[in-house]
Design a protein around this ligand. Sequence first.
Ligand code: ADP
Ligand code: MG
Ligand code: MG
Length: 535
Amino acid sequence: MGGLENLVANTAYLNAQGGDDKELRRRRRSLLLPRPEQCAAIRSSIPLDFEQVCERQPIGKKLFRQFLLASKPEYTAAAEFLDELNEWDLEESGSKDKARQNIMNKFCRAESNSFLSYLSGDVTDKCKAVSEKDFDEVMMGKVKDATKKFLKGKPFTEFHSSLFFDRFVQWKAYEKQPISEKYFYEFRTLGKGGFGEVCAVQVKNTGHMYACKKLDKKHLKKKGGGAMSMLEKRILEKVNSRFLVNLAYAFDTTTHLCLVMSLMTGGDLKYHIYNMGERGIEPNRVIYYTAQITVGLLHLHAMDIVYRDMKPENVLLDSQGQCRLSDLGLAVELPSGKTICQKAGTSGYMAPEILKEEPYRMSVDWWALGCSIYEMVAGRLPFKDYKEKVQKEEVARRTLEDECKFEHKGFDAASKDIISLFLKKKPEERLGCNGDDLRKHEFFKSISFPRLEAGLIKPPWVPKPNVVYAKDMGDIRDFSEVKGVEFDSNDEKFFKEFSTGAVSIPWQQEMIDSGLFDELNDPNRKESSWGLKEN
Ligand code: ADP
Ligand code: MG
Ligand code: MG
């Protein structure tokens, strides 16, 4: 691939990220939601589940909120109360007092228009008598619970037979549309994986950019990679976290299975450790990335999933400088109580219990995180030096027998301590496995985890917008074709099972973030004779 071609590909890719509003508007003008009469089957397939419809799905949540605000005053008060309580919870300590006072004046005083009049019994008394001291306990506890319980009852039932729910059904029908390669524009290759390349794509209707991991069907069949890929897909679509690469679409073409995921343009942490000047990463960035990785791992573990491939290379940065874990190809689900002994992972990051092929669960991820923090600070692994030519067996021996040394000047007391705790050879003594809350460790003293989880802490380093943090295309493109593979009906069935289209939560978020949600709901939209009527 020539330098000029590379430049053209990069320019197209960078321009697309900039967005072209005029072109987008033109394309969107003809879009319509499916008509209500086309949605009967979808309607009956939606479970009457408050949490699923009104809390987890972004469009459901938004429409339920709009319904509450357009209904009775006490419904409005409940919706505003939950919003403001949530904002208060995430407020920086300096502004917390004022927000708390506002909530108390607005919702806890019987004479206020927004008094929470749906409360009853002792919860009402507690709410009226709340003070600054017991605010957290009372409002975040009993009052919040009672509010949710209230909303789940009559308001939810009324929502279900309102025009707002009709609109939700239309969006669900739209979400279920078949997805093909025509849904996207394709841009440059970003990287290469075991079964094909990963490239940047853009959704034509929203302008949203994603990464598309393309798995060559013939290659998959020949190497028997189908089951593994399906497992990766199933895990990806299940997790929904700010700190994990999320799956937005799964579809297939005649030649490939495609996974469309969060686009990470800032490069991986291995690149940042070794290819950006002096080896290693600055301390404040190491703490920030480690905190995000920690939350990502906790999200996986909470779903009984072990990642098993924790290493800087698999941590990718987005355009803002926030990181996410990627490549869930080795992840496995282990229902509570179940263990596994299978040797899996990358040399240098594998925990003693894996090397000894003993039964393990989540402990191996915390070991690998210890290795990764060490590497971010020192530019080498605890048991393998930079560019050291050494056999896997020797790395394994050192992992099992040697103590980790901290010779690099970049280590301070807190980083040494947390690494040592993650590198405890016995899993039951290891931080993350021994019952201690690792988020409370001294190493994280500058991080407020609730604010981090809400995406409110500014990244310490932001990638330059005009730089492509990926190797040149010539280095990563792979043209080799697999010959002599034919597909049978079982293969076709498998491809179909894989190609499930849009994944609800990220898809709905994309509709909202891109403004398409508001555009198609606009009652004044010319093409829509069925615009949402006032309630
Ligand atoms: P494999 O499991 O086959 O190794 P990966 O998921 O690791 O495939 O992807 C291969 C490469 O593609 C990565 O090393 C990275 O360079 C790039 N890549 C993967 N996912 C993304 C993403 N979400 N955004 C940007 N680049 C990505
Ligand atoms: Mg990989
Ligand atoms: Mg993989």
